[in-house]
Design a protein around this ligand. Structure first.
Ligand code: PEP
Ligand code: MN
Length: 341
């Protein structure tokens, strides 16, 4: 970390600042120039609050040289991580997987949807049993009974399942049921006790980006899970909230390549929540695939107008099958071995 000291600072103030830093166990390297003086702060600076330094009268600005995320950082782990989702399904490092299914598990139609998405090429079954709804008066999901249905469908079709856990007190239930991937939703993206709780397990975690989370904050959320020992984290870009109102969210397709640059963790795209409308889901899915995502999560419903939640963004099984054929073609282009000119 480097701190730029204002040229109005007196030598006494500078010495005081250096002592303050060194008293906290860091080494310093002061280099004085005509315009500015730079204080290099050497050591593990993850515990230093750069805003606190910038609030000091003599400090102009502070810059981090190394990122505060360590376990998620590609610098210390150059190869892509591959997460084993169970049932022989790997994601990351060239393994591309599509998770599909209804927003909410609703009952018997789950098996019908699951069979259809599997036939179209999905390898992971999604479905929410515990639903984070904006209104407490709308369906909150089937709860434990929904987990049972999901696990049954996963077993029948030999597919791992991904489903959202909202409460740290439910994590043990998810483990007891044998849930293959625990999803942390956008609304809980920075629920630190929940992140720590899933971090204490070895079950893969699908971590969605918070609605107003920067990429760095997203990576620090992954760091919470990993710091507890669970390194099986899959990141999901699902759109962020912007000034735009024509779509539910704004799909930050850039984030897929930025995340691949910064972290070794697999990164998938969720074009359903990113757009909010069925008509926009397929184009966003193609964009995420073309951007090099390691997979997708897509909501599919047999009868969207009757869905308990997110019917407006559901693909029908036929639309999903069409999307999967095109996604396969895009993957061919992304993976093609073409010599650079
Ligand atoms: C979901 O997957 O149904 C969901 C609620 O997603 P998000 O947390 O991204 O809104
Ligand atoms: Mn949904």
């Amino acid at each position: 970390m480097i701190a730029e000291v204002k040229n109005t600072a007196t030598p006494e103030q500078l010495a005081q600042f250096v002592k303050w830093i060194e008293d906290r166990g860091y080494k310093t390297n002061v280099s004085g120039g005509d315009e500015v003086t730079i204080v290099g702060i050497i050591g593990d600076t993850t515990k230093i609050d750069p805003f606190l330094l910038e609030s000091m009268d003599i400090i102009e600005r502070v810059q981090r040289i190394t990122e505060p995320f360590k376990k998620a950082n590609r610098k210390f782990h150059p190869e892509d991580s591959v997460v084993d989702c169970g049932h022989g399904v790997l994601i990351g490092g060239g393994n591309f997987q599509v998770m599909a299914g209804p927003c909410s598990v609703e009952g018997d139609n789950l098996t019908q949807i699951a069979r259809a998405v599997k036939a179209a090429g999905a390898t992971i079954l999604r479905g929410g049993a515990f639903k984070p709804r904006t209104s407490p008066y709308t369906s909150q999901g089937m709860g434990e009974a929904g987990l049972d249905l999901l696990m049954e469908a996963g077993a029948e079709l030999d597919m791992p399942v991904v489903t959202e856990v909202m409460d740290p007190r439910d994590v043990q239930l998810f483990l007891d049921k044998g849930v293959d991937i625990m999803q942390i939703g956008a609304r809980n993206a920075q629920n630190f006790p929940l992140l720590r709780e899933v971090g204490k397990t070895t079950t893969p975690v699908l971590l969605k980006r918070g609605m107003s989370e920067t990429i760095d904050e997203f990576l620090m959320a992954a760091e919470y899970v990993m710091s507890e020992g669970n390194e099986n984290v899959i990141l999901c870009e699902r759109g962020i909230r912007t000034f735009e109102t024509r779509t539910r969210n704004t799909f930050d397709v850039n984030a897929i390549s930025v995340l691949h640059h910064l972290t070794h963790l697999p990164v998938i795209g969720d074009p359903s929540h990113a757009t909010g409308y069925t008509r926009y889901v397929r184009p966003a899915a193609y964009a995420a695939t073309a951007a090099g995502a390691d997979g997708l999560q897509i909501e599919v419903h047999n009868n969207p107008s009757e869905a308990w939640s997110d019917g407006a963004q559901a693909l029908t099984p036929d639309m999903f099958a069409d999307a999967m054929r095109r996604i396969a073609l895009i993957r061919e282009a992304v993976c093609a071995d073409i010599e650079e000119a």
